[in-house]
Every structure is written in structure tokens, then in C-alpha cells.
Design a protein around this ligand. Structure first.
Ligand code: GDP
Length: 195
């Protein structure tokens, strides 16, 4: 897909602040530092629109990026809780649960994992939680440029098995460095938003 227009249109911590237009939404989730901001920026051809490496402890918001007046990417704050104090963790949980459980326009969640490593306990928890609520998930394994091509399949297999991934959920390779997978991910997103 050719992205000609993208902007951070809404920043929300509660439902009254969500967009009121009925455009379809695709949420992006992943542990902190996995490469989520780089993924968003690469997908929409904007170097610095999504902020990279948000520090844990900073105000956590849902960021709605409007794309081509056609859909929103909803950047969900990264998880990875070892260093985050419990009250903040709980606030994060409430905010994203409210959004993910109740949002009618939400068509799928892109769960971003690192191709180099087996999914973390938090990755598995997130995936299982989404599946519990019957939310379609597109699993994107990023940083493919850091793994030799001959080993991609082996790493994908580990991710597939460890997540106990449901067959109908796509698992796609991606790299924010080389743009590998970009067209395939767009095609997959377009499929979900047309549902
Ligand atoms: P976020 O915290 O999930 O938003 O992660 P960032 O997008 O800030 O990425 C974390 C680090 O990984 C940064 O240093 C990025 O430059 C790097 N990074 C992200 N995606 C890729 C990728 O596809 N390939 C490589 N080689 N590095 C990446």
C-alpha cells in the first residue's frame, strides 16, 4: 500500500478520548524495545513519527495514527514489566484491556516479536490474552536482517510452537532496516480491515 498521508491524530488514556470516526483500527503491541516504533515508522514511511524506545515509567498513552484517511494504527504502550512499579503496571493493564476488549473498530492486533529470540513470557501472555478474547492477531517477527536467511525458518518454527499459535493467525517476517515483509504485512492488514 502506498501511504500518502499519516499523522498522530489522537492520544488517549480513556474511551472518551478515542477517535469518533468509524475508521477501522489495527493495534500494535510488543514488549518494550522490540522494534515497534521502528515498525510503525517503516510501514508509513515516516522516520520519526512514532517515538522510538519510550522509557518505562513515562506517561503511557494509546497513540492513534491516522493513515490515508483510511485506517488507524493504534500504538499500545510496550510491555516488559520487570522494572515497572505495580501501580503503573495495573494502570497499563486497565487502559489496554478497556481498549482491546471493547473496541468495535478494532480489526486485528499486530503482535511484534523479535525473530532472534523465543517469545518471552510476556509475549506468550499477551498472545493468549488476545486469543481468550477472540481478537485476530497478526504475529510479526521483526529484525530479520539480524538473522541469516538460511535460519529464518528455524526461528519462525520456534515462535510458532512457543506461542501455540493458532493456524489462522498469520506469522510474517519483517525488518525495519531492509523493509523486508512490508508489502506482505500491508496486504495482510488490508485483508483484516476489509472484513
Ligand atoms: P520499541 O521500544 O519497541 O518502539 O523499539 P524501537 O523501534 O525503538 O527499536 C529498539 C531498537 O531496535 C532500536 O535501536 C532500533 O534501531 C532497533 N531496531 C528496530 N527494528 C529493527 C530491525 O528491524 N532491524 C534492526 N537491525 N534493528 C532494529
Amino acid at each position: 500500500m502506498k501511504v500518502t498521508k499519516s499523522e498522530l491524530a489522537h492520544v488517549a488514556v480513556k474511551p472518551e478520548q478515542y477517535p469518533t470516526s468509524r475508521l477501522p483500527e489495527i493495534a500494535l503491541s510488543g514488549r518494550s524495545n522490540v522494534g515497534k516504533s521502528s515498525f510503525i515508522n517503516k510501514m508509513i514511511n515516516r522516520k520519526g513519527l512514532a517515538r522510538t524506545s519510550q522509557r518505562p515509567g513515562k506517561t503511557q498513552t494509546l497513540n492513534f495514527y491516522e493513515i490515508n484517511e483510511m485506517l488507524y494504527f493504534v500504538d499500545v504502550p510496550g510491555y516488559g514489566f520487570a522494572k515497572v512499579p505495580k501501580p503503573e503496571r495495573e494502570a497499563w493493564g486497565r487502559m489496554i484491556e478497556t481498549y482491546l476488549q471493547d473496541r468495535e473498530q478494532l480489526k486485528a492486533v499486530v503482535l511484534i516479536v523479535d525473530l532472534r529470540h523465543p517469545p518471552s513470557a510476556d509475549d506468550k501472555m499477551m498472545y493468549n490474552w488476545l486469543k481468550h478474547f477472540d481478537i485476530p492477531v497478526i504475529v510479526v517477527a521483526t529484525k530479520s536482517d539480524k538473522i541469516p536467511k538460511g535460519k529464518w525458518e528455524k526461528h519462525l518454527k520456534v515462535i510458532r510452537n512457543d506461542l501455540e499459535k493458532i493456524e489462522s493467525d498469520p506469522l510474517l517476517l519483517f525488518s525495519s532496516e531492509t523493509a523486508q515483509g512490508k508489502e506482505q504485512v500491508w496486504k495482510t492488514i488490508q485483508h483484516y480491515i476489509s472484513q
